[in-house]
Design a protein around this ligand. Structure first.
Ligand code: SIN
Length: 314
């Protein structure tokens, strides 16, 4: 009997697939559709303390191999998402879901996490340290001292399960440095990767960029980021203490992509760009495809192959 169930921080999930923050998770209607889907959990759109319109349009553009976006954190504000997840927990007390927060300052993040700490919310918080799209606000995840300061401040008072969403890293030394910091804290999970920040897509016909914010610079997602995502899942899985689970995000279009993320060490996988294109049916399709791969290989659970990637040195 093949199962796609998974466990993170002692919480059980029937399916190891879910949406990635930002994609079809901004409204109650979006979140209701995720609840009704085959996804094992949902994550809410990254919240700021108050409702935010985000960047001017066009702010997202479909590419042959993915997408470029500079949404700029449009969201309905923390109260909206906190109300949703708390009410959902009252209806479904055995489910665990993810509340994403993305303050544009340390003060905002601390204030939001105090509010979450004081609330009845019992699920996971995903602290987004990697949004590349807020003009004038660099990605915290690239400033290692700042990551350390943020986590140090947060864990002075925050006792609920918390993970961080990281930007992609491109150097093995950076994997070492970020892992050394993360390992000092009681994190439940690390989500890797956010989009590859500040790419540029050019339309040769019009000789123009394809999105308006930041002069056309935006985060790249979709299939073209998969090798970077796998490297980050693998690089962190090899370096983080075992109590910190890995959520793998980036370039998942089908069951094989999910299989590769898990092989590199992911306990849960998030689907972003492709979920945007396909809707909740993507979770049925990718679940079916992953199940078929597992059947072919004789695996019954994702733990049978999670993190067991081979190299030429094995
Ligand atoms: C955005 O709203 O700009 C995307 C959020 C993110 O990349 O973290």
């Amino acid at each position: 009997m093949i199962t796609l169930e998974t466990t993170i921080g002692g919480r059980h999930f029937d399916n190891c697939m879910m949406n990635a923050a930002g994609i079809r998770c901004q409204t109650n209607k979006d979140l209701d559709a995720l609840v009704a889907s085959k996804a094992g959990a949902y994550v809410t759109k990254s919240a700021t303390p108050h409702k935010r319109a985000g960047n001017p349009a066009p702010r997202m553009h479909e590419l042959h191999l993915g997408s470029i976006n500079s949404m700029g954190l449009p969201n309905n504000g923390l109260d909206y998402y906190l109300n949703y997840v708390v009410e959902d927990e009252q209806k479904r007390p055995d489910s665990t879901n993810f509340l994403s927060v993305a303050g544009t300052s340390l003060e905002d993040n601390l204030a939001m996490l105090h509010q979450v700490q004081d609330s009845n919310f019992n699920g996971f918080v995903e602290l987004n340290l990697s949004c590349p799209n807020v003009p004038g606000k660099p990605q915290v995840g690239y400033d290692f001292d700042r990551v350390n300061t943020v986590l140090n401040e947060v864990f002075q008072f925050f006792t609920k399960p918390l993970g961080v969403k990281l930007p992609p890293y491109f150097d093995l030394v950076h994997f070492d440095q970020i892992a050394e910091i993360l390992n000092q804290y009681p994190l439940t999970f690390v989500n890797t990767i956010n989009s590859i920040g500040n790419g540029l897509v050019v339309d040769p016909e019009t000789e123009k960029v394809v999105i308006k914010p930041k002069g056309g610079f935006g985060g790249i997602g979709g299939i073209s980021v998969k090798p970077t995502a796998l490297a980050n899942v693998r690089g962190l899985a090899l370096r983080l203490k075992p109590e910190i689970s890995i959520v793998g995000t980036g370039g998942i279009l089908n069951g094989q992509d999910a299989f590769e993320h898990i092989l590199c060490g992911a306990s849960m996988v998030q689907i972003g760009t492709q979920f945007g294109y396909e809707g909740t049916r993507v979770f049925d399709r990718v679940s079916q495809e992953l199940t078929e791969i597992m059947a072919h290989k004789g695996y019954e659970t994702i733990d049978d192959f999670r993190g067991k990637l081979k190299t030429f040195d094995d």
